[in-house]
Each structure stands twice: as C-alpha cells, then as structure tokens.
Ligand binder design. Structure first.
Ligand SMILES: [Zn+2]
Ligand SMILES: [Zn+2]
Length: 318
C-alpha cells in the first residue's frame, strides 16, 4: 500500500535523509508476508538505503553527503555482545525497515552513527545491493572461516552469492555453485565459477566451506553432505522453511559445523565496502519505481529477474 505521510522529524543523534535508492531484500519479503513476527503495527520496509543528508548535518556528514544505511539501524552499545565485538547480536537492536521505518519512501530518519560512508564513483542503484546482500555475504565468508585458496561451495546463487563469488576469486578460492534455475547457473558460469550444478548435484570434490543462501533447510543438509571433516556451513538466511532431520554419524560427525549468520557489524560494512571499491564491484541490478515496490517484492519472491532488485526513488543532485 502506498500513501502520503508527513516527512519524519529527526531526533537528536539522527539525520534526515532524502532517499535516492533502496535495495529490495528477501528479508523485506519475510517481513511483508509475516514470516518474521511484526514488531510494529505498520512499517515501511527497506534496509539497503542510499540517501543524501538533508537535516541533522554534522561536520563529518554535511548537507548533501551521500551515505548508506543497512539492516543494523542501531544498538544499545553496552550489552555483553556489544562489549565483545558482536554488535550484530546486540540484545536491544534497531533494525531498519523492521523495528523502525526504512527506505521504501522519499525520506528516512536514521541514527547518524549507523550511516555508512559510501565509496565515490558507484551509481546509487549499484551501491544499494551492496548494503545488505553484499555485506551479509561478506560476513558469511567470515563466519564460515574461509581461507585463501580454499574450496568453497555457494548453495543458491542470487544477489548475495553473485557478490561473494567475486571476493572469493580475489582470494584465489575455487568456487563450486549448486543452484536451481538455469539463469542462476548461467550467471554463476559467466562469473567464472569453477564448477556449477543443479540442486540435486553434488560438487565433485569435498568442500572446505559452504555458504547456503536459499531459505531452505534441505539446502543446508545438501551443503553439509558436501563438506570435508572439520568443514563449516554458514547459513545466510534470516528464516528457513524447516530443518529436516539428518544423519549425524554421516553428516555432522568429524567436527563439521553448521553456523547461522546474523546481521552484520559496522566493521563488516566498512571492510566490505572498501573491498567492493578495490574490486570495482558493480552488481547487476533491475530497477523499479517507488510506485512499483510490490512488483519489486514479487520479482524477489519468484526470482524472475537476473539481478538485484532496486527501487530508485529520486536522482542524486551530484
Ligand atoms: Zn537484507
Ligand atoms: Zn548491545
């Protein structure tokens, strides 16, 4: 539903952004469809915001500065997790587009200390998918403990995986992609995957690490079955349909690990965006107008587009 609302007022410590573009993420779909329990009675989704500072400027963030906003919209800063370098697991987090209004809008207010400086030279629509798909994909590689030169499986090949493969290549990793959909397999081949197979195929070698991107527990079990001893599966999904029973003796024994990947830290965001700049990452995007936000969500749901869906709200002045 689209409607006119008052421009939000920034509170102390916030900036008001004019939204230029906002990426569309599968999590938005989980929020809109109720797979994630609602926190607010009404919410504006969207947590891959590229915006321009309009109000609440600071010396570091002058009016007109272009910044990014991700899923992490704030933390308390003093819980056990915040004090141990795990602000992604904060006990009192603020999630953009879930616990506070997000970027499917003309304006958004966000905490100044949770805005992300953006590399110059990238178009708004190209930056947007980096802010969740990109950062979380990068964190997934960290959680999986990927080392240079290892054999890494990517199970599912959408927005996040197509950015992660570029990082893995820069680390000289062999990348094995298992995914349904011919277009996703073609996309993996065109990005130089070492090996590509469909959802029933098993990589021809034992993997050191695997990252799953599909919201499916069956895919997690397939990934586990492809691991060497002491290998790690990192699950890049905020919601799974169900986790099927599996054979512990065959699949998990041997110190294999399954880990979830939850949210991101500001350090992940900074490190990833620096890497994205060095690698000149330009995700393939499909743009939608704000009026067509529901069509963008449909495209993510049915995986009809070969590229990350981005809502372009207005053109930047720069
Ligand atoms: Zn997201
Ligand atoms: Zn905290």
């Amino acid at each position: 539903m689209i409607e006119d609302i008052a421009t939000p007022e920034p509170k102390p410590g916030d900036v008001l952004l004019k939204v230029l573009a906002c990426g569309v993420c599968r999590t938005d779909l989980h929020i809109v469809e109720g797979d994630l329990p609602p926190i607010q009675p009404r919410i504006i989704p969207g947590h891959q915001i590229v915006g321009e500072v309009v109000e609440g400027a600071t010396p570091d963030l002058p009016v007109g500065a272009r910044v990014g906003v991700s899923w992490m919209g704030g933390v308390d800063g003093d819980c056990w997790f915040c004090c141990h370098g795990l602000e992604n697991l904060c006990d009192h987090p603020v999630f953009t587009g879930y616990s506070i209004n997000g970027g499917y809008a003309e304006f958004a207010t966000v905490r100044t200390d949770f805005t992300i400086p953006l590399p110059a030279g990238l178009e708004d629509s190209h930056v947007a998918p980096l802010l969740c798909a990109g950062i979380i994909g990068f964190r997934s590689l960290r959680v999986a403990g990927v080392q240079r030169g290892e054999r890494v499986g990517l199970f599912g090949f959408g927005s996040s995986a197509s950015l992660a493969i570029r990082i893995l290549q820069s680390w000289n990793c062999e990348v094995y992609v298992v995914t349904r959909g011919e277009s996703h397999r073609n996309s993996a081949r065109s990005l130089g995957a070492t090996w590509v197979g469909n959802e029933d195929a098993k990589p021809p070698v034992e993997l050191d690490r695997a990252i799953t991107f599909a919201p499916s527990g069956t895919v997690v079990v397939s990934a586990l079955a492809a691991l060497r001893k002491a290998g790690v599966v990192a699950i890049n999904a905020i919601h799974l349909d169900r986790m099927p029973a599996f054979d512990y003796d065959k699949l998990l024994w041997g110190e294999r690990q399954i880990r979830s990947v939850a949210n991101m830290t500001r350090q992940d965001a900074r490190d990833f965006l620096a890497l994205a700049h060095d690698l000149n990452l330009r995700p393939r995007v499909v743009t939608f107008s704000l009026e067509d936000a529901n069509k963008a969500l449909e495209a993510v749901k049915h995986e009809t587009e070969d590229g990350s869906a981005v809502i372009v709200v207005q053109k930047s002045q720069a």
